[in-house]
Design a protein around this ligand. Structure first.
Ligand code: NBP
Length: 478
């Protein structure tokens, strides 16, 4: 029997995806550049389902039923191009090549265009959930032609994570790079979520004077409410872990220099290119970067800070409640920014992305899975053209109820010298959106003064310039 799907690239992600397909009753052709990996997979897990091992690219392609569906799970970047170059001559029009790696969406657009010329469908697919997700059910974000999705979708639905209502966490995101773009923004939001949680921890530790174990319990209780999410859950686990070697809290023996692989950085780079303000995501990327500049931190150790004692017990408990409000409000703001970026990306590239459907596929399987995503989906389902998530009536009310505590936390953090770039940037974004007038009018005046860049007026149409170096009369500039 021919295989319904093939996976090439059998490192951890590819192996787990192949096993997931096989466990769900599909016949899976498996292939890897180094054939030892293919043999190892079949030897170790062959009894989980129907695998067709192939040692050469030709055998792999021949093992697949037509139209062929083959998933590339190789290292992103040049290796992906190398594998496409290897397979393209062996394929026929109508075949579907799926890239499940973490590709940059611009590369996906190029590859889709190149393969389309050969009549081959290219489906750049975001896959989230890490190793565990790949095996037990990831959140899947495929981009590409509707025709390709018609043939591929039912197979992906079998292996995808299932939301609480039973819906598979996969949907056709849109043409060419749409899937990888949405996966990129998912990762940007993930960075922001993690940074906000880290700031909440920092405040509970430094201002409330809580121990890691107490903070772990606080997060566990938050996880039973509106903050219910995978990241809050694992945070509680990490905080309660005790290091074997030292018997100290694990969090106290880990070097405080955060690393990154790059998808969060891409989110911010692309946001700058598209002119979309995502300060919450940007602060999260910069916070990781700053933590790694140990030379900068060492050189700044003598900078003076405020003198403040930790809070008393009753005050600490009240403060912890305020931090929960600040965390939730800031989280709404980061999702507002991420969804704004997807909306603008979709408009720029003509992808027609359904934002409610994106929220729905993030409900299970992926790193940012959270109860909260049901709310976002409902907001976009009720009003698909929603300009800003914050203007959804439910979110407006919730953030309104949180805003005083949120301000108290940001102000308290500043007074006590605890950095909260995520909470602070989120609050500044919120207040900027609320403001009747922004000081951008003054910025325009400065630009016109030194560069004759012109400005628009509130009372008349057109572009104007003031003769700053002359008699300061106003002239038309259009
Ligand atoms: P890696 O990213 O470590 O890639 C290893 C695989 O790429 C091996 O199968 C290797 O073959 C193959 N490969 C390389 Br490297 N160069 C090749 C070439 N020129 N031709 C053919 N094959 C080549 O594997 P991974 O960690 O399983 O990740 C796979 C993809 O999934 C990556 O794009 C990664 O970014 C993404 N990823 C996603 C998540 C997630 O949560 N979504 C997590 C981890 C990774 P070999 O065995 O012959 O060396």
């Amino acid at each position: 029997d021919k295989a319904q799907i093939g996976v090439t690239g059998l490192a951890v992600m590819g192996s787990n995806l192949a096993r997931n397909f096989a466990r769900n009753g599909l016949t899976v052709a498996v292939h890897n550049r180094t054939a030892a990996r293919t043999r190892a997979l079949v030897e170790e897990f062959g009894d989980e389902g129907a695998f067709v091992p192939a040692e050469s690219a030709e055998d792999f392609v021949a093992a697949l039923e037509r139209p062929r569906r083959l998933i590339l799970m190789v290292k992103a970047g040049e290796p992906t191009d190398a594998v496409i170059r290897e397979f393209a001559p062996l394929l026929e029009p109508g075949d579907v090549v799926i890239d499940g790696g973490n590709a940059h969406f611009a590369d996906t657009r190029r590859r889709e265009r190149e393969l389309r010329e050969l009549g081959i469908h290219f489906v750049g697919t975001g896959v989230s959930g890490g190793e565990e997700g790949a095996l037990h059910g990831p959140s899947i974000m495929p981009g590409g032609s509707a025709e390709a999705y018609a043939s591929l979708g039912p197979l992906l639905e079998r292996i995808a994570a299932k939301a609480k209502d039973g819906a598979p966490c996969v949907t056709h995101i849109g043409p060419d790079g749409a899937g990888h773009f949405v996966k990129m923004v998912h990762n940007g939001i993930e960075y922001a979520d993690m940074q906000l949680i880290a700031e909440a921890y920092h405040l509970l530790r430094s201002v409330a004077g809580y121990s890691p174990e107490q903070i772990s319990r606080t997060f566990r209780s938050w996880n039973t409410g509106r903050l219910d999410s995978y990241l809050i859950e694992i945070t509680a686990e990490v905080l309660s872990h005790i290091d074997d070697a030292t018997d100290e809290p694990f969090v106290d023996v880990v070097a405080d220099e955060a690393e990154q692989k790059g998808t969060g950085r891409w989110t911010v780079q692309i946001a700058l290119d598209l002119g979309v303000p995502v300060p919450g995501i940007a602060e999260a990327v910069f916070a990781r970067s700053l933590s790694g500049h140990t030379e900068l931190r060492r050189a700044s150790g003598e900078l003076p800070g405020p003198a403040a004692a930790p809070l008393g017990e009753a005050e600490a408990a009240a403060f912890a409640d305020q931090v929960e409000q600040a965390l939730y409000a800031s989280k709404i703001v980061s999702y507002t920014q991420g969804f704004h970026q997807i909306r603008v990306g979709s408009e720029t590239y003509g992808w027609g992305i359904d934002l409610g459907a994106v929220a729905a596929v993030w409900r299970a399987g992926c790193i940012i899975r959270a109860a909260f995503l049901d709310r976002i989906r409902a907001a976009y389902d009720a009003e698909p053209g929603l300009v800003s998530l914050l203007s959804d009536k439910g979110f407006t009310e919730e953030i309104g109820a949180a805003q005083e505590d949120w301000r108290a936390v940001v102000a308290g953090a500043a007074l006590r010298g605890v950095p909260t770039p995520g909470f602070s940037a989120a609050l500044a974004y919120y207040d900027a959106l609320r403001a009747q007038r922004l000081p951008a009018a003054l910025t325009q005046g400065q630009r016109d003064f030194f560069g004759a860049h012109s400005y628009r007026r509130t009372d008349r149409e057109g572009a104007f310039h003031t003769l700053w170096g002359g008699d300061r009369s106003e002239v038309r500039a259009d």
